[in-house]
Structures are given as structure tokens and as C-alpha cells.
Design a binder for this molecule. Structure first.
Ligand code: FDA
Length: 383
């Protein structure tokens, strides 16, 4: 048995941040991970450039059974604090859109930065190490040949199992009596039945997507299985089975169609739509709306029906593409069980949970990493 002040399970963004901060605060920290290298999700994130935070990050950008829980950590370690760390390490960055900050170069720089911060704190990292049984007695946690009075669950969620992601966080939480909000795939493409699917694989269009009371204006993408693209991924986190997803493709369709009818009365609906939408989409929508006659012969009521569909194209997803394609897992270790200041379990002294393992899920756009950094930092200073 090796002896430590804290054992962190998971060498992802949250675990490495917690370990670095705790180590720099004087704790002897051990990080355990079953993967052959640390920070694998950081490496593949943001198309390899890691969308590491968002300038507009605030608690309203997160889903949780308790929307107040994330406030403390997000306010104490902000996007600006993480950006300062990025700059202190000389990592060049840029803002893409909607406040999303990316590395100019490779995401590897972010992992290297976290490892350097861990090294400064004398953190030991054991890779390719299985967690196995966790012992707990006399105020000490025993895991994988190590013992410590503090144990941090930072093993993320089961999204992208191919990369070694598991739901072990929930098993550990339950073993210690902590409740788990049922996990579900989030930021995930939605599937449609054959009848609802538009055979437009690869066509992207600016849209407002709406589901579960949330609305996002970004690109929507038609896929061979259903719907994707940032706007749809965003609402997928709010969508629940049985609910509809509505796409607003043309906000002002009534006026646009009347104007087209006056200008080109011999044209059909497809030609009018193709002035504003990709050609293949215009064709598929015209077929779905089913107005065969020339615009000049189309009465107001028919144009209004077409405008209604274009302003609120309604789909009834059959499901999601699941954890295999989900960027994150929503739900997770119930926040009720944790202190929002330290992330320590209220009922189990020395047990902490951080990052994606917890029931806090960010929007697309750097928010999930910010939660990993903020919650990791909060636990790190408390360890
Ligand atoms: P994370 O999953 O990163 O780390 C958990 C660690 O625990 C891993 O190292 C894993 O190997 C280890 N582990 C798991 N099970 C274990 C077990 N049974 N035994 C031992 N070790 C175990 N977010 C964002 O803000 N900006 C972005 O650009 C992206 N891009 C992105 C792309 C893709 C493809 C995905 C899948 C996800 C993103 N995300 C993202 C989401 C982001 O990657 C995610 O929310 C954070 O990595 C979560 O950090 P954690 O440290 O909590 O878990």
C-alpha cells in the first residue's frame, strides 16, 4: 500500500485540475486511470483544438436537477481564471463564434499544461490501472494498492465508450450511498423514423431548434439517421423521449413567399424556397408541403400553410444515437449529496465528485470543460 493525502480517480480535465491544485497546496496526490494516457477526451475535443472554455459562461448554460449547484464553483474559478492559466503557459488561442475559445494549435498543449501543473504539485499519475474494489474504514479509502483519507471521483460519464469511458462513477457513488440522477446521452444526434426523415444527408442550414422548452439558433444538419448539427445537439440535452423537436427554417416565410409570388408567379414553391435554402432542402420541403401549382395560382391560405411549416417544421424523434455519439452524459451523481463549495459528499467525509460524473451538464461550446476546471479547482483547494 502506498500512502497519500488524496487519491483522484480519473485523469481527465476535472481530475487533473483537482490533482494539480491540491498538489500545489501541499497534498500528496495520486491519480489513477485505466487509460494508457491522460486527458484523452481533451485530445479529441473541438476537432483536436479543444474548445476549452466560453467567454459567456454562466450558470444558466448548465442543466442540472439543481440549477443553483454549479454557481459557487463557476463563480470562484471562472473562464477568465482558466484563460489566464492558458496564457501563462503561452498557449495561443482564438475565439471562434459565440464566445467559444479554442487553441490555435493542438489540444495536446492543454494536456501538457495540466500535466505540468500536476508536476509542480508533485502529483503521481498511475495509468493503465484498474480501480477494482474500493475499501473504506477508519476514515481511509483503499483503492488499487493505495490508501488516503480523501477520494475524488473524476471518472466522467459513459459517453463514447470506445474511448474507455465508463459509468464507474455511478457505481462508486451508489456504493457510498449517494443518489444518481438517471444518466442519459446529451449533445447527441437525434434519430427519425423513415417517414419523417428527409433524405438530405449532409445538408446543413441555419435554424432555430426548439425542444423541451429550450431554443437555440445555430446550424442544423440533416443526417442519414435523422438530425444533428449544433442547434439540434444543444436541444437534444433538453429533449425527452416522446417530445417533438421543432425547426424554424425560415422565420419570415409568409412575407417571403408572398413576395416571391408577386415577383415570379410562374415559378413553383421549390424555386421560391431555393432562394433562401439549400437546393436539396428546398426540393424536399416543397415535396413535403405538397403545393404542386404555380405560385401565381396559390391562394393565401396555402401560402400560409407552407409558411407555418417552414416556421415550425416538426419532428418526432424515435430516440438518440446513444452514448456512442453523445458528446456528454447528462444526469449523474446527484448534487444534493454534495457540497457546492467543495464537491465533498455531505454524508461521507473525504469523498468528492467532480466533472462530468456529477449531475451538471453544459451546453455545447466549451461549457463542459469549464465545469471540469471549476469543479476540479473547487475540490482541489478543499483537499
Ligand atoms: P473525462 O471523461 O474527461 O475523464 C474521465 C477519466 O476517467 C478518463 O481519463 C477515463 O479514462 C477515466 N476512467 C473512466 N472510467 C474509468 C474506470 N472504470 N477506471 C479507471 N479510469 C476510468 N467539452 C467542451 O467543453 N469543449 C469541447 O470542445 C468538447 N469536445 C468534445 C468532443 C468529444 C468527441 C467528446 C466526447 C466530448 C467533448 N467535450 C467537450 C466534453 C468534454 O470532453 C467532457 O465534458 C470532459 O472531458 C469531462 O471531463 P471529466 O474529467 O469529468 O471526464
Amino acid at each position: 500500500m502506498t500512502t497519500h493525502d488524496a487519491i483522484v480517480l480519473g485523469a481527465g480535465g476535472a481530475g487533473l485540475m483537482a490533482a494539480a491544485i491540491a498538489g500545489q497546496g501541499g497534498a500528496r496526490v495520486l491519480v489513477i486511470d485505466h487509460a494508457p494516457k491522460p486527458g484523452k477526451k481533451i485530445l479529441i475535443s473541438g476537432g483536436g483544438r479543444c474548445n476549452f472554455t466560453n467567454t459567456g459562461c454562466e450558470p444558466a448554460n448548465f442543466l442540472s436537477e439543481n440549477p443553483h449547484f454549479a454557481k459557487s464553483a463557476l463563480n470562484r474559478y471562472t473562464q477568465w481564471d482558466f484563460l489566464a492559466l492558458i496564457e501563462a503557459h503561452g498557449i495561443a488561442w482564438h475565439e471562434k463564434t459565440l464566445g467559444q475559445l479554442f487553441c490555435d494549435g493542438s489540444a495536446r498543449a492543454v494536456v501538457a499544461m495540466l500535466l505540468e501543473e500536476c508536476a509542480k504539485g508533485g502529483v503521481e499519475i498511475r495509468l493503465e490501472t484498474a480501480i477494482g474494489e474500493i475499501g473504506h474504514g477508519d476514515g481511509l479509502f483503499r483503492v488499487a494498492g493505495a490508501v488516503a483519507p480523501a477520494l475524488v471521483i473524476a471518472t466522467g460519464g459513459p459517453s463514447i465508450p470506445k474511448m474507455g469511458a465508463t459509468g464507474v462513477a455511478y457505481d462508486i457513488a451508489r456504493r457510498f450511498g449517494l443518489a444518481v440522477v438517471p444518466p442519459r446521452p446529451a449533445l447527441v444526434p437525434l434519430t427519425l423514423s423513415e417517414t419523417e426523415r428527409l433524405e438530405l444527408s449532409g445538408v446543413a442550414v441555419p435554424a432555430v431548434a426548439e425542444a423541451g422548452g429550450a431554443r437555440f439558433a445555430e446550424a442544423a444538419l440533416f443526417t442519414h439517421r435523422g438530425l444533428s448539427g449544433p442547434a439540434v445537439l444543444q436541444v437534444s440535452s433538453y429533449w425527452r423521449p416522446g417530445e417533438a423537436v421543432v425547426l424554424e427554417l425560415l422565420a419570415d416565410a409568409g412575407r417571403l413567399l408572398r413576395e416571391a409570388r408577386a415577383r415570379m408567379p410562374r415559378a413553383g414553391l421549390k424555386a421560391a424556397l431555393a432562394e433562401h435554402l439549400p437546393n436539396r432542402l428546398a426540393e424536399a420541403l416543397a415535396a413535403r408541403i405538397g403545393i404542386a401549382r404555380e405560385l401565381g395560382n396559390t391562394p393565401d391560405a396555402e401560402l400560409d400553410r407552407a409558411a407555418g411549416m417552414l416556421g415550425a417544421l416538426t419532428f418526432h424523434p424515435t430516440g438518440t444515437e446513444g452514448y456512442a455519439k453523445a458528446e456528454v452524459t447528462a444526469g449523474g451523481i446527484a448534487t444534493d449529496a454534495l457540497s457546492s463549495k467543495t464537491m465533498e459528499a455531505r454524508a461521507v467525509s473525504g469523498l468528492y465528485a467532480i466533472g462530468e460524473a456529477v449531475d451538471v451538464t453544459g451546453w455545447l461550446g466549451g461549457y463542459n470543460f469549464q465545469w471540469a476546471w471549476s469543479s476540479g479547482w473547487a475540490a482541489g483547494v478543499a483537499l
